[in-house]
Design a protein around this ligand. Structure first.
Ligand SMILES: Cc1cc2nc3c(=O)[nH]c(=O)nc-3n(C[C@H](O)[C@H](O)[C@H](O)COP(=O)(O)OP(=O)(O)OC[C@H]3O[C@@H](n4cnc5c(N)ncnc54)[C@H](O)[C@@H]3O)c2cc1C
Length: 342
């Protein structure tokens, strides 16, 4: 009989990230599909009681915790020791966890220590004739594969936005704390502080409801024969700050950073598409972007797609967008900013 361990770690404020609730839902669904497999939750963090309380009603057989100063922040050496101990205690066949930078760093090593195998970027899990099959994409989301493995424990690291987050009442969770000895060799890496970019510079927001994509049209000559790059910068920045959207870009726009006057806050990290990212947001709005295939392939996981462009024959018009506005994006976004500011 399969046994599932759902791993999650807390954020700095002691809460669980959205991905943890999504993976919890995935674990509970998988347990049901396997005919009632037991689910154990394993929590990692500085102080995890309130996180455990937030999932008290999830129906897990037990909640194991590894907590304390040594586990407050991401550190490969102590995190692998913690995960190894959680796996030893729970003795699972399947280990589910959300994708996060912390887990992406430590879980491959932890899986190796547990003599397990690991699959990352999981976008689907199903049970076929009693066999667990997982789905993931390859070659920049162009090929999808369905995989299964005989080796156990099998670690499955689940991408965000694939499952609905688990929702339930908070309560008082009964947790079992594992006492783990962390020796000095584990403590050689210390977090001495956190540096974050200014909030204006943080334009990539994976949890945003809207992806706002800027294309190269923002930097092209407009109807008056002039460039309006500073104006474009202001409109785009106001829009993403007012709407809390995440900022994406076409390749043509980010490539211009080596060619003189450009949108200053745009970098290759913003690029969406075949050689860029494949973000997951419920909605997307492309502006001044032509909607060519190498760009729109990065929109594969955007549920509702809209585009604003002057060209009625652009790629978006050819089945790539749900709604196409043939309009001047400078005017539309200025109007949207006016409304958002109210
Ligand atoms: C191997 C390979 C990989 C690639 N990978 C990627 C990738 O990962 N991501 C990516 O984006 N591209 C990628 N490309 C490039 C891609 O094919 C396109 O060249 C690129 O997406 C075009 O960018 P764009 O639509 O912003 O610019 P353009 O094609 O220049 O389109 C600009 C658009 O803006 C419109 N416009 C101008 N002014 C306004 C206005 N005032 N209001 C409204 N609309 C306006 C114009 O009508 C035009 O449609 C790749 C290409 C190759 C060969």
């Amino acid at each position: 009989m399969d046994k599932i361990l759902l791993l999650a770690h807390t954020l700095d404020d002691g809460t669980l990230p959205k991905g943890a609730y999504e993976s919890l839902n995935a674990a509970l669904k998988l347990a049901a599909d396997l005919g009632g497999a037991a689910v154990t939750v394993g929590l990692l963090g500085g102080d995890v009681q309130s996180a455990a309380d937030s999932i008290a009603a999830c129906g897990a057989a037990s909640i194991l915790v590894v907590s304390g100063e040594d586990f407050a922040t991401s550190r490969y050496s102590s995190d692998t020791v913690a995960v190894e101990a959680l796996v030893k205690e729970a003795a699972p066949t399947l280990v589910l966890a959300p994708t996060s930078s912390r887990f992406s760093r430590c879980l491959p090593g932890a899986a190796y220590r547990c003599d397990g195998r690991i699959e990352t970027h999981i976008t689907g899990i199903k049970v076929v004739d009693g066999t667990v099959q997982v789905q993931r994409w390859y070659y920049r989301q162009r090929m999808v594969a369905t995989l299964s493995r005989a080796q156990r424990p099998w670690f499955l690291v689940i991408d965000s936005g694939v499952f609905e987050p688990w929702q339930g009442a908070a309560g008082t969770a009964d947790v079992k704390a594992l006492d783990i000895a962390v020796d000095d060799s584990c403590r050689r890496t210390r977090v001495v502080g956190v540096q974050t970019p200014d909030s204006d510079a943080q334009t990539i927001r994976p949890d945003a409801k809207l992806l706002f994509v800027a294309g190269a049209g923002w930097t092209k000559k407009q109807a008056d024969g002039q460039l309006h790059i500073k104006k474009a910068e202001g409109l785009i920045l106001d829009f993403i700050n007012n709407s809390k959207a995440s900022l994406g870009s076409s390749k043509s726009l980010v490539d211009q950073s080596s060619e003189g006057e450009v949108i200053s806050f745009m970098s290759h990290l913003n690029q969406v598409g075949q050689t860029g990212s494949t973000p997951r947001h419920p909605k997307g709005l492309a502006t001044c972007c032509h909607g060519e295939e190498p760009h729109t392939v990065g929109w594969r996981f955007i549920s509702e797609r809209r585009a604003i462009t002057l060209d009625p024959n652009c790629g978006w018009a050819q089945g790539k967008a749900d709604v196409l506005y043939v309009a001047d994006a400078f005017e539309v976004i200025a109007k949207a900013n006016e409304l958002l500011a109210k």
